[in-house]
Design a protein around this ligand. Sequence first.
Ligand code: SR1
Ligand code: MG
Length: 420
Amino acid sequence: MQTFEALNAETLPVRLGSYAVLTDRIGSAADGWTVREVGDGNLNLVFIVEGAKGSLIVKQALPYVRLVGESWPLPLKRSYFEYNALIRQAERDPGMTPDVLFFDREQAIIVMEFLTPHIILRRALIEGQQLPKIGRDLGLFLARTLFRGSDLAMEARKRKEDLALFADNVELCDITENLVFSDPYYEAVLNRHTTPQLDGIVAELRADRDLKVEAQRLKHKFVAHAETLLHGDLHTGSVMVTPDNTRVIDPEFAFYGPMAFDVGMLLANFWMSYFSQAGHEKAGDREEMRAYLLGVVVEIWDVFRAEFAHLWRTERKGILYQAALFENRGDPLGAEQALDEVLHAIWDDMLGFAGIEIHRRILGLAHNADFETIEDADLRARCETKALKLGRHLAVNRHRIHGLAEIHALAERLEKEIVS
Ligand code: SR1
Ligand code: MG
């Protein structure tokens, strides 16, 4: 076994230059590959490699958290989980992930199709771009991957094998368990927030018993409700877009968890984008963008529900809610009642996960560019305060919220509020 060695722009052509899987696609290294390291995420190296015939992406995990440094070791095996998740997502929702061309487990290298002219969705939203297809594409992706990775659809042995495979992704789950569900609610060492502007509301949230209990209930669901194969980190930085194409990338946090987690994390990121628009606005030019963002949330949720219901009626071949109990004995309404209950449980938990995700991006270690790129700290803090309030409402009152219209009315009220 070759010991792990991190790639760099100079060594990459030497180390990978003779692999047919790469040279067939982009030409031989001898022709002169151009290599650029473009990784701006929190964990990995990402290279764009261009040759005479084309281009591709080489992603390599590092044995530590890039955002923090070597003091925080992180196993290379996350690359193995990412590779396995990409393969499964490609089967479950074809065309929504980058094609994987090559995987080297020891060196934690995944070679993938270079998505171009795609850009990261978060960046597009910060720039005020409206992408017409994302609501539908992401709603379908959620329904197809979450349904088809679960006991509703999979053969029991296959699902249990996958449960065991992804159960080893312990260290990445540990990141989420701490960074998302606990650290934001006490003075954890790596936390940061816009200070002193947010000091007051941060103290209030950390003293909020109802909120902390709810966050722990949600954490309990996250760790103990192994329902389906999750993407595990489905924010707007994990989606690449053009106006007519949407791809989901980076499933290294994949593991078996509650369906509602991916849905809630994704919607939270649209709600944060909504509140951050004021920080990127020039002369009130983001009004339409705000309406667009709330529309995308509605579309994702509606498409998710409709597709989930369609799969429930056509692909429910797993060990749960068997047709033998309902349709096959002339009781299709029984199956519909069960579907309503399953979707309602996802709704309830999704709101909670969304609230917590909003909090951790403002109070914890890993912030997002939506707020971070607002240079004026007072303005940033005003945007963040509104998002924090929505997050608290979602997490604590989730069982009493009846629809997105109610949430969006509150978001619009908060947006108009004058925050000092
Ligand atoms: C230490 S990793 C911080 C965050 O980056 C990843 O993208 C995940 O969102 C994680 O929580
Ligand atoms: Mg990522």
